[in-house]
Design a protein around this ligand. Structure first.
Ligand code: 5GP
Length: 124
């Protein structure tokens, strides 16, 4: 995983309108859209509009306004998807150990079915 932000990553291209997405919510600093390969009935990605590689960069460099907007966008996305009634999970994969594939910070909002335990116990 490169430590430098790559402005040609797929989510940067979605933000520039070069690639379509199924939009759920757009705010001043954030965008939420359906994952192209959903793993649950609700699988929406929430991304900041700024060029942040991961949570480390976002938490260190984003303005307070951007950070507040992002948190609010995640909660509002879950409400719009009616995911809060039976529960939902938010996941941010950061870096190699977490298997981050797209090098632009994104939060997965997953719901619509029982999701099982958070992680398999080590060794399974
Ligand atoms: P990661 O493994 O980085 O946490 O998750 C990346 C997610 O982005 C995956 O769930 C994958 O399906 C999704 N994804 C990759 N390319 C695209 C795309 O072009 N459009 C959308 N909507 N989702 C994508």
């Amino acid at each position: 995983m490169a430590e430098v932000y790559d402005s040609n990553n797929i989510f940067a291209r979605i933000l520039r309108g070069e690639i379509p997405c199924k939009k759920v919510l757009e705010t001043k600093h954030s965008l939420a859209f359906h994952d192209i390969n959903p793993l649950a009935p609700v699988h929406v990605l929430v991304i900041p509009k700024g060029a942040y590689l991961n949570m480390d960069a976002f938490s260190a460099k984003a303005t307070a306004e951007e950070q507040a907007d992002f948190i609010q966008a995640i909660g509002e996305t879950a409400r719009l998807m009616k995911a809060e009634e039976n529960g939902y999970r938010i996941i941010a994969n950061n870096g190699a150990n977490a298997h981050q594939d797209v090098p632009h910070l994104h939060i997965h909002v997953l719901g619509g079915r029982p999701l099982g335990r958070m992680l398999k116990p080590a060794g399974e």
